[in-house]
Design a protein around this ligand. Structure first.
Ligand code: 9MR
Ligand code: 9MR
Length: 859
């Protein structure tokens, strides 16, 4: 039973409240008040974020309460602190603080409203005598100070001042008051485009937020400000993703290449963008460069990244670092050994290294290469394509980069002769969270291994088995070492199929806890099978066999079944043809679902959760679902899938309700202040911003950090974003999101290269009943054409009557002109001119979309 108690506050400002309504009623009344100033006061999500714990305290959420172990002996109350920062206060306003609390042993604690930084001014200090039975405490006080939301205001609990160890539990913390509503969301500028660029012959669409219910005129202007095209928007109604009424502006028919275009609707103008076959190609390498930046255990050298982003090696045992060369297990594990786990990539803005997440990320870089090898352009990922130390070792650079992580995964394996030998430790990270900024080499926290887990073990098995087949020709010794480790890991996982990571092990590092591992089993079996030909029964016997994991939400570090399907869809194996076609059909039908969902959206992104809300890392899911669309195109060559991929990219690069390009360095309004302990320019001007190619996690409806919670209250799913360094639940970067984005960027770069392989000019003379046209093809690629096959479509009732310099034919509106062997090969830069006559009755609109030898050509 909860007993209500009243406590006279010690400060003059504190006033006693009258006690009236029963608890349930007053709790409801509190919830009904808008101006709640505390975030996550109920600990409902099972996590304590954004509450922090200071020295001498350790917190955990259990049974919906936040319980803090306090080490005895701290002299003053404030010597053992827990609290929350960024709490807003307004001078002269009244606030009611309320919380439930208990302590294992009777203790007086204090709740203090005040300033988070020196001189630590106090607003109110309110004492509460805690007993083993939880009580509800309520205080009212006036603020003497002003702090904006996400500023330096703070609410702390002082738990020190006693000689004995104690455990204090709090729940339902609420601070209500003030007259300023929580900062409302400014609507983003209304004309939203891909701020980087559109391909000349692909769809080009923008979204316009407007109250208008009737079409509006849009004007496309070139860099000189001259109008080059006009049209009308199509009203689309209320859009759930943005919470806005939106229109679509489609300017696809304009195909002339250039930069600095803008789109104007009424008084509003978009950010500038290019129309070009090269605007998007740099993303292929910048998105991969992210991984070199994140390397642990090696200096990040200016010769590869430029002076601003260079830094000393992290965690190599140079003070104040403890080093990752001999890392013990967490105290409660007492594993009795240390591991040398140097290397690998830092996961994100933190300095943790997690096998669950490292595995999927390494897999995805390797898969980017393997797909290119089988279905695309592997040369674009070859040796010398990235600015990394291995750039001239004869190995494709993307494989070198992935190996940096695979080597780390192998080091996380439990040695022979130890308990759970062959399994992989779930993660290694700091004992306590470090503050921002902290450069990796300046991190003074002790490093610890968490317990092994089945999910981590299977990540190792999958990524290492895949590495084994890709490295076979480049480094057979490494390939066989990786395969041996993978097989050992897989056997260990089968022997220990339900060792789950602790969902509460979130101190000093993320949890990455995953309670379902059937998907990791399927993925690892698929990789081992694709490499060895064995393990087939494990693949076909899995309940997830043949595309069962593919969903409209998509795949990520916790849902990995699709990774197995992707491998089985593209790598030749001894699976029955029916199995391969079932997997491919599942990929294509999932892509169809994405397209259908996108068709109904105002700012289309291939990602749909059951409740329509967006989640932590939504951009990673959008990118991974873009991968599914891309594979559907690879498998079918149906243009709608390719167009869907580029539409997904439009979303990531600015056509979204936040009006942000989520990729640093790309677009006029691109993210700069991602949550990162080194790219922390927002906090320390001597540090850099995020480098080009780093993708932010993006909108998250759950607002799981203090800044997002305070600045984004009430946001529609795709609008829950702010470019703030402390907003880690919406604006962090991490290896698994960038691996998805890198894969996608490589694919779109391939398409851009193909589009850049030809250019077509078309000149027609028309009269009432016919036309004659001359078509000039230019080889803008790098290889000669032995012959050519031109395709385009008429827009009306044109009928071909004759043609020259090729074999011309027409089916419905589709026209082909083939010449298997032109007089001589057409060299790069060379041209071919051909032409035709046609009859017609209606208007002739010159075609704008041409392909030569299956490549889309620039106009
Ligand atoms: O920096 C941490 C980030 O990498 C994690 O994704 C996030 C959630 O686990 O936590 C961040 O660290 C914060 C910690 O959780 C609470 N104290 C403040 C830390 C830095 O903002
Ligand atoms: O990507 C993870 C996301 O799915 C979870 O909801 C979130 C909270 O547990 O953690 C994310 O992973 C973070 C990890 O725990 C620590 N490093 C940064 C990761 C990205 O924010």
């Amino acid at each position: 039973m909860v007993i209500k108690n009243w406590w006279r506050a010690m400060t003059a400002a504190a006033v006693l409240l009258a006690l009236g309504a029963p608890l349930a009623a007053s709790a409801e009344a509190l919830e009904a008040v808008d101006y709640e100033r505390v975030v996550n006061g109920a600990f409902d999500s099972g996590a304590a974020d954004p509450w922090w714990t200071g020295p001498g305290t350790a917190g955990r959420v259990s049974g919906g309460e936040w319980c803090v172990d306090v080490t005895g002996g701290a002299v003053n109350g404030y010597d053992a602190l827990v609290g929350q920062n960024g709490v807003p206060y307004e001078a002269g306003q009244s606030y009611t603080l309320r919380f439930d609390a208990r302590a294992a042993t009777l203790q007086q604690v204090s709740a203090v409203a005040g300033e988070a930084v020196a001189p630590y001014r106090q607003i109110a200090k309110l004492d509460a005598n805690l007993t083993p039975t939880a009580q509800t405490f309520t205080f009212t006080f006036q603020s003497s100070l002003d702090f904006p939301a996400a500023g330096n205001g703070q609410l702390t609990f002082w738990l020190g001042g006693q000689t004995f160890d104690n455990t204090v539990c709090v729940d339902n913390v609420s601070l209500v008051g003030g007259v300023l509503p929580p900062p409302g969301l400014e609507p983003a500028p209304p004309v939203r485009v891909n701020q980087v660029g559109y391909l000349p012959n692909l769809p080009k669409r923008a979204t316009v937020a407007t109250e208008s219910t009737t079409p509006l005129v849009w004007t496309l202007k070139n860099a000189a400000g001259t109008a080059v095209a006009r049209g009308r928007t199509v009203p689309k109604g209320l859009d759930a993703g943005s919470g806005e009424n939106v229109h679509i502006a489609d300017f696809s028919s304009y195909t002339r290449q250039g930069s600095g275009y803008t789109l104007t609707v009424g008084d509003d103008t978009s950010f500038p963008f290019d129309i070009s076959t090269t605007a998007l190609t740099g993303l292929r390498y910048d998105s991969l460069a992210f991984f070199y930046h994140q390397r642990s255990g090696t200096p990040i050298e200016a010769q590869y990244v430029g002076a601003a982003h260079a830094r000393p090696a992290g965690h190599v045992n140079v003070a104040p670092n403890r080093g990752d060369n001999a890392v013990p297990c967490r105290a409660d594990l007492a594993c009795g050994y240390t591991l040398d786990v140097r290397g690998g990539w830092y996961d994100a803005g933190d300095h943790g290294k997690y096998v669950v997440n490292g595995g999927i990320s390494a897999w995805q870089l390797q898969n980017e290469y393997e797909r290119a090898l089988r279905l695309g352009d592997a040369a674009a990922l070859g040796d010398g394509t990235l600015d990394i130390p291995e750039r001239s070792n004869g190995v494709p650079d993307v494989l070198d980069e992935a190996r940096w992580e695979v080597e780390f995964l192998l080091r996380m394996q439990v040695p022979d002769g130890k308990p759970l030998a062959g399994m992989a430790h779930h993660k290694i990270h700091d004992e306590q969270w470090t503050g921002l900024p902290t450069r990796p080499d300046q991190d003074a926290q002790p490093r610890r291994l968490s317990a092994p887990s089945t999910a981590a073990t299977l990540n190792l098995a999958a990524a290492a088995a895949q590495a084994a087949r890709l490295w076979k020709t480049y480094d057979p010794a490494f390939a066989s070492r990786a395969l041996a480790a993978a097989e050992k890991a897989y056997a260990a996982a089968k022997a220990h199929p339900d060792v789950l990571a602790d969902p509460n092990d979130g101190q000093g590092g993320g949890t990455y806890s995953d309670s379902t591992v059937s998907d990791e089993f399927y993925w690892a079996a698929a990789e081992l099978f694709a490499t060895t030909g064995r393990y087939r029964a494990d693949v076909t016997g899995s309940p997830l066999y043949a595309g069962k994991s593919l969903t409209p939400r998509g795949f990520d570090w916790a849902a990995t079944g699709a990774l197995g399907d992707i491998t089985l869809a593209i790598v030749p194996t001894s699976l029955p043809a029916s199995g391969v076609s079932a997997i491919r059909a599942a990929l294509v039908s999932t892509a169809d679902t994405h397209l259908a969902n996108m068709a109904s959206a105002g700012h289309p992104a291939p990602y749909r959760t059951e409740d329509g809300r967006y989640e932590w890392g939504s951009n990673g899911l959008v990118a991974n679902n873009g991968v599914v669309l891309a594979l559907a195109y690879d498998l079918t060559r149906a243009p709608k899938y390719r167009d869907g991929v580029f539409t997904a990219l439009d979303y990531l690069l600015g056509r979204n309700p936040a009006d942000y390009s989520y990729v640093a360095g790309y677009g006029e309004q691109a993210v700069r202040n991602v949550h990162h302990r080194f790219w922390a320019n927002q906090l320390d001007p001597s540090l850099p911003n995020a480098p080009a190619g780093a993708m932010s996690g993006g909108p998250n409806s759950r607002l799981q950090d203090p800044v997002a919670a305070r600045l984004l209250t009430g946001c529609a799913p795709q609008r829950c974003f702010v470019d703030h360094i402390e907003a880690y639940s919406v604006n962090e970067v991490t290896v698994n999101w960038n691996s998805a984005f890198a894969w996608l960027s490589n694919w779109t770069a391939e398409q851009s290269d193909a589009a850049g392989a030809c250019r077509v000019t078309y000149d027609a003379s028309t009269w009432a009943t016919g036309l004659t046209a001359q078509v000039t093809l230019t080889n803008t690629g790098t290889t000669p054409w032995q012959g050519f096959a031109l395709r385009f479509a008429f827009g009306g009732d044109e009928r071909l009557t004759s043609g020259w310099s090729a074999t011309w034919s027409q089916q419905d509106r589709q026209v082909s002109a083939n010449n298997e062997s032109w007089q001589q090969p057409v060299p790069p830069g060379g041209t071919v001119t051909l032409g035709f006559n046609a009859g017609k009755t209606g208007q002739h609109t010159p075609p704008t979309r041409f392909t030569v030898n299956d490549h889309l050509c620039a106009a």
